[in-house]
Design a protein around this ligand. Structure first.
Ligand SMILES: NC(=O)c1ccc[n+]([C@@H]2O[C@H](COP(=O)([O-])OP(=O)(O)OC[C@H]3O[C@@H](n4cnc5c(N)ncnc54)[C@H](OP(=O)(O)O)[C@@H]3O)[C@@H](O)[C@H]2O)c1
Length: 256
């Protein structure tokens, strides 16, 4: 146990979450990474050559006992908690609302919205004492109605408002929601694969074109912003929904 910042990052086996965890480790933080797949978590851990500053855990953020355990295990291992990054997310069901499977719709909200609630609730006592931070990874879908993504859009709108609620209720914790941009991850691969049957032709073409023209962001770009928000976001940003390129956000590489 040291005085290095302690950060819990969900959805960190790949994509934006893994890139954020790498940034935080490079900055010297003690980091808990979480995903459902043990294999994904183990392969990230293998990359870090067994550093004692990494705690790899598997868990499903849709399950409240898992969320409580993730926070408890982090505090047991590192002694405190300075930041929670609610990054784990799923897109599906990719289906028109009239055709969507109710169980899949409900699971989407459980992962994207209720999980951040469970984790924030478990983390609040620890974050109050460290004057810590919560970063909720939201999406442009929080404010745009994208055909075929109803559960995802509703959940991201919810987590953005949850951010405002947390800011209002918890003045000792700085909570922000981030729109990470359109990022080259497995989620975009799924959009290109499953979207065409349900999205409009214009939206389908838009997402394909971003990939073909190499305009998707490298996950390292939003990851740097997420790491900065988790470590350095000032209380004045609490409750805000920020774009990744908002000039009020620094980059942890520039800050270090
Ligand atoms: N990529 C984009 O263009 C984009 C745009 C806007 C917002 N976002 C948001 O950015 C965040 C990261 O997305 P990404 O693009 O990096 O996606 P990704 O590559 O699909 O990674 C998602 C991560 O979340 C984990 N995860 C999924 N469900 C989970 C659960 N129930 N419990 C714990 N971990 C879970 C996955 O691992 P397991 O499957 O092993 O659990 C994986 O590590 C998401 O919140 C997403 O909505 C992405």
């Amino acid at each position: 146990m040291t005085d290095r910042p302690v950060v819990l990052v969900t959805g960190a086996s790949r994509g934006i979450g893994a890139a954020a965890a790498r940034r935080l480790l490079a900055r010297g933080c003690q980091v808990t990474i979480v995903a459902r797949s043990r294999k994904g978590i183990a392969s990230f851990a293998a990359e870090t050559a067994g550093t004692q500053r990494l705690l790899p855990l598997s868990g499903d953020v849709a399950r409240e006992p898992d969320c409580c355990q993730l926070v408890a295990d982090t505090v047991a291992r590192f002694g405190r908690l300075d930041a929670l990054i609610n990054n784990a997310g799923i897109l599906g069901p990719v289906a028109r609302l009239a055709d969507a499977d109710p169980g899949e719709w409900q699971y989407n909200l459980a992962v994207n919205l209720i999980g951040p609630f469970y984790l924030a609730r478990a983390a609040i006592p620890h974050l109050r004492s460290t004057h810590g931070r919560i970063v909720n990874v939201s999406s442009g879908a929080a404010v745009k109605a994208i055909e075929g993504w109803s559960a995802y859009c509703v959940a991201k709108a919810g987590v953005t408002h949850l951010t405002r609620l947390l800011a209002a209720e918890e003045p000792d914790i700085t909570t922000v929601a981030l729109r990470p941009g359109v990022v080259d991850t497995a989620m975009q691969t799924m959009i290109r694969a499953e979207g065409p049957d349900v999205m409009t032709p214009a939206k389908t073409a838009h997402f394909r074109q971003l990939k073909e023209e190499n305009k998707l962001l490298d996950p390292a770009i939003p990851a740097g912003k997420i790491a900065w928000l988790a470590l350095d976001a000032p209380p004045a940003l609490s409750g805000m929904f920020l774009d990744y390129d908002d000039p009020r956000i620094g980059d942890e590489i520039e800050a270090s």
